[in-house]
Design a protein around this ligand. Structure first.
Ligand code: NAD
Length: 442
């Protein structure tokens, strides 16, 4: 089938590449000419495991093409996916200007029947507005004869496992009011759910709400455990033991129950905010989600307080090794990364930072530039040289079993370890002579 994807970011590029991998002819369109020029040569601008292979294979087999020319891509496609960003505005609402601009362009350029599918995460009612914008553009061109349908298919991929999630989704949700559109979308996505027919067709508002509700629930689980971690410390319980005890209850399940530094990334923070904003506009107070946000904000401060509790508020002359910068492992995405809040707090108190991340240092460098006070190191051990403390921020697997003798030889005597993700054995680290601070552990 012929597909055009507008927006070649984390979602658009992965979706386009995976649709091509399943035999479709896909055009990926972006306004970023440098990004498109790189992709035309098989250079993938983001770190996402497995993505480069799929892009290069489908590019060479000519099922995947990249362009800045939407007209060319539209003319050849039946399906048009909108996968542009919906970043937060200052008031917490989703900025829909990129989505609406894409809709206007479709209306201005289309010359035949299209199924326009929104994949960007958008508030309830947005797909209807996309429909209105396209109709208006067609009316202005006096081309009301050109037919189209709209649908909303929320995207559930996780950065770091996006290719796997896209190729083998738990479910495909299709929001549409039109049975033929649903049928065609089921046909397009059938190869992704071959094992089991996991399609759920529902109204457009329900599909739009499902995406926000899913992210809000996951964020709630994280904040619940983070809040509990503070109580665990006070009463002498270990939040990780509690997590295992709770998570093995089949009614609860074990995912998203890890206490740590709070959620970050490009989705949970903005989607929780957008849902609260949308609800308050309708006179509904989402008190649980307001608390989820509040707990998330405080969790980073809770961790910073552990550091200043150990060293005092003046960190002048202290050096901190920061392990992990991306908002989670297996991605280079720095959007809303806890490492930014923690690094900024330490720098503002006079600290020097020596940071290492396997893939995110280039992006972090654009955000954390400060004359000489942040050094990006070539490996995790180099970051520890002369450091007063190790601060483990992102739980990359390689940080779990480090060579402690080597660490001891590199760091200052009596150094401290702040384990923001409970990756290390507190007993082992303490036995080696370090001070150890985890989250929700005694
Ligand atoms: N990143 C995720 O993990 C994830 C998961 C599920 C859903 N989503 C949602 O998917 C949407 C996209 O997220 P993302 O992380 O891929 O964003 P992104 O910022 O990585 O990519 C968006 C891309 O759209 C391009 N763009 C903007 N306007 C355009 C236009 N008019 N024509 C062509 N290209 C245009 C930008 O240049 C950019 O490359 C958001 O609504 C997000 O909430 C993201």
């Amino acid at each position: 089938m012929r597909v055009c994807i507008i927006g070649t970011g984390y979602v658009g590029l992965v979706t386009g590449a995976c649709l091509a991998e399943n035999g479709n002819d896909v055009w990926c369109v972006d306004v970023d000419a440098a990004k498109i020029a790189g992709l035309q040569e098989g250079k993938v601008p983001i770190y996402e495991p497995g993505l480069e292979d799929i892009v290069q294979r489908n590019l060479s087999q000519k099922r995947l093409r990249f362009t800045t020319d939407l007209k060319e891509a539209l003319d050849e496609s039946l399906f048009v996916f909108i996968a542009v960003g919906t970043p937060p505005l200052d008031d917490g609402s989703a900025d829909l200007c990129y989505v609406f601009e894409a809709a206007s362009q479709i209306g201005r350029l289309m010359d035949g029947y299209k199924i326009v599918v929104a994949k960007s995460t958008v508030p309830v009612g947005t797909t209807g507005k996309i429909n209105d914008i396209i109709s208006r553009e067609l009316a202005e061109r006096v081309r009301g004869d050109i037919e189209f349908d709209v649908a909303f298919c929320p995207e559930f991929l996780k950065e770091g496992a996006a290719v796997e999630d896209c190729l083998r989704p738990d479910r495909v949700i299709i929001g549409t009011e039109n049975e033929r559109t649903a049928e065609l979308l089921r046909e397009l996505f059938a190869p992704f759910v071959m094992k089991e027919n996991r399609f759920y067709t529902m109204s457009i508002p329900s599909a739009e709400m499902t995406k926000y509700a899913s992210n809000a629930m996951l964020a709630t689980r994280i904040s619940f455990m983070n809040e509990l971690s503070r109580l665990c410390e006070k009463v002498g319980a270990d939040v990780d033991q509690v997590r295992v005890g709770m998570g093995t209850d089949s009614r609860i399940g074990s995912s998203f129950l890890y206490a740590g530094l709070g959620y970050g990334g490009s989705c949970f923070p903005k989607d929780v905010q957008a849902l609260i904003h949308c609800a308050s506009g309708c006179g509904v107070d989402l008190a649980i989600l307001r608390a989820v946000e509040d707990v998330n904000r405080k969790q980073r401060q809770f961790f910073i307080d552990k550091i200043t509790g150990h060293f005092g508020d003046d960190l002048e002359g202290k050096t901190f090794a920061i392990w992990g910068l991306s908002f989670k492992p297996q991605t280079d995405d720095m959007r809303e990364a806890p490492s930014l809040t923690i690094s900024e707090a330490l720098l503002s108190k006079g600290a020097l930072l020596r940071a290492f991340d396997p893939v995110a240092m280039e992006k972090a460098g654009e955000l954390l530039t400060r004359d000489g006070s942040v050094t990006f190191c070539p490996d995790a051990y180099e970051a520890l040289r002369g450091a007063d403390a190790l601060v483990l921020v992102t739980e990359w697997p390689q940080f779990r079993r480090p060579d402690w003798e080597r660490i001891r030889s590199l760091m200052k005597p009596g150094a401290a370890v702040f384990d923001g993700r409970n990756q290390l054995s507190s007993a082992h680290v303490r036995a080696l002579g370090f001070s150890y601070y985890g989250i929700g552990r005694v």
